[in-house]
Write a protein that binds this ligand. Structure first.
Ligand code: PMP
Length: 432
């Protein structure tokens, strides 16, 4: 049985006279066969305007680590609603959220809250420049740190645009960029210590920002020794090391990738899984850096920062995941899925690659070799993968077309079994 998405398609087209493209984020455009209109969600499922129930691996693009509508989070938010919505003041729930972040995250002596990862990244860059007095921010090719002008460079360059790996080209990620926005930005390839060493020794870099495990493009663990080398080079050159843990934070482990991989940055940025679906982000880090918001008047603001509803969701989420049991269970189911996909690919003799962490992994077609960095990832067959996700959707499994699979604590064995069946059927259909 093949599901229909006609009603979603019609509504998106009709709404585009009100909302450009019918969507409020460009990342929701161009989805095959159509961007979905969702009516509600529960547990591992979303329900769409055509009445379809879909096993959901988008999970809000990562936040829903406890699945949709977990009672502990929903209950905490409902209780907070009765107390008031916004005070332009401090709350005990904010302080409790801060205590949990600082307890779980190795680098977090202090934390400040924002509403989106893009904003929190900006705070980190500003602190790095203020701390060092240097101009340049160094980012890694293919890494995404939000949609603002000063970082949306070399996020998804095509192979023809790469430039020499010693000095990757700066490729703007959007029309309409401030033409000078990359004046104080430079780009290096990731997972390559020698090239990073040469770049950092030039002495102009205030902060190096990277995903500690690259999860926006593929799901790539750092090479053994890479992050340790990065840490040592930042120490040697006086560079502020910033981990963007918007995806990995509270997802690959309760303390994020820095806890899992054992390397502590100076600053880290969080979002997504921190509040299981409420718009909360955070910047955390060493006391001396974070306190510069006060001692050195490094501006950090936002009307909605530490929003009480988001803080209630943060406390509920972080206290639920703190002891690691939920991560262990997600890991068990995630491993089943990863191994199951690998078996299906082998049995059907389709070239493919499944790699990453059990809580966030990546599937690529057209490539069997390990993917080590952005350049490797572009060698995968994206069109074949879109055919696969489109076929899966028609069988009731919603997975991102870019290849990532987000897992939650409510994706249980029955959901995994069904997903494996659908993967097998969809691969047969889409490869044929
Ligand atoms: N950094 C990373 C690694 C991300 O994945 C994202 C969002 N996908 C961001 C930053 C930006 O976060 P937001 O969408 O909340 O602004």
């Amino acid at each position: 049985m093949s599901l229909s998405f006609t009603r979603s398609a019609e509504r998106v087209v009709a709404a585009s006279t009100l909302v450009p493209g019918g969507v409020s984020s460009n990342f929701r455009l161009g989805v095959s066969p159509t961007p979905l209109v969702v009516t509600h969600a529960e547990g591992p499922y979303v329900f769409d305007a055509d009445g379809n129930r879909l096993i959901d691996y988008y999970l809000g693009m990562g936040p829903m680590i406890l699945g949709h509508n977990p009672p502990e989070v929903v209950g905490a938010v409902k209780a907070q609603i009765d107390k008031g919505l916004l005070f332009a003041a401090q709350t005990e729930v904010e302080y409790e959220a801060a205590r949990l972040v600082c307890e779980l995250v190795p680098c977090a002596d202090r934390v400040r809250f924002n509403c989106s990862g893009s904003e929190a990244v900006q705070a980190a860059l500003r602190l790095a420049r203020a701390a060092t007095g240097r101009p340049t921010i160094l980012k890694c090719e293919g890494h995404y740190h939000g949609w603002f002008d000063n970082v949306v460079w070399s996020v998804a360059p095509t192979p023809g645009e790469f430039g020499d790996a010693d000095q990757p080209a700066h490729i703007g990620g959007t029309a309409g960029l401030d033409p000078f926005a990359d004046r104080a930005l430079d780009v290096v390839v990731w997972n390559d210590l020698d090239r990073l060493r040469r770049r950092l020794r030039r002495g102009d870099v205030a902060g190096l920002i990277m995903e500690p495990a690259m999860c926006n493009t593929s799901a790539i663990a750092p090479e053994p020794g890479y992050l340790e080398g990065v840490r040592a080079l930042c120490d040697e050159t006086g560079t502020v090391l910033i981990f963007d843990e918007v995806i990995t934070g509270f997802r690959v482990a309760p303390g994020g990738a820095q806890a899992l991989l054992g390397v502590t940055p100076d600053l880290a940025v969080f979002g997504k899984a921190i509040a299981n679906g409420l718009p909360v982000a955070a910047i955390a880090g060493r006391a001396a850096l974070m306190d510069m918001t006060v001692t050195r008047k490094v501006m950090h603001g936002g009307t909605y920062n530490a929003h009480p509803l988001g803080m209630a969701a943060t406390v509920a989420t972080l206290s639920t995941i703190a002891d690691g049991r939920i991560h262990a269970e997600i890991a068990r189911c995630g491993r089943r899925l990863m191994e199951g996909f690998g078996t299906v690919l082998r049995d059907r003799q389709v070239a493919g690659r499944v790699q990453g962490f059990p809580q966030i992994f990546h599937v690529a077609l057209g490539r069997r070799e390990p993917i080590r960095n952005y350049r490797d990832a572009t060698a995968a067959d994206k069109a074949a993968y879109v055919r696969l996700t489109t076929a899966m959707l028609s069988h009731g499994v919603r997975a991102l077309e870019r290849g990532p699979w987000f897992l939650s604590s409510v994706h249980d064995d029955a959901v995994i079994d069904r997903t494996l069946e659908v993967f097998d059927a969809a691969l047969a259909e889409s490869a044929g």
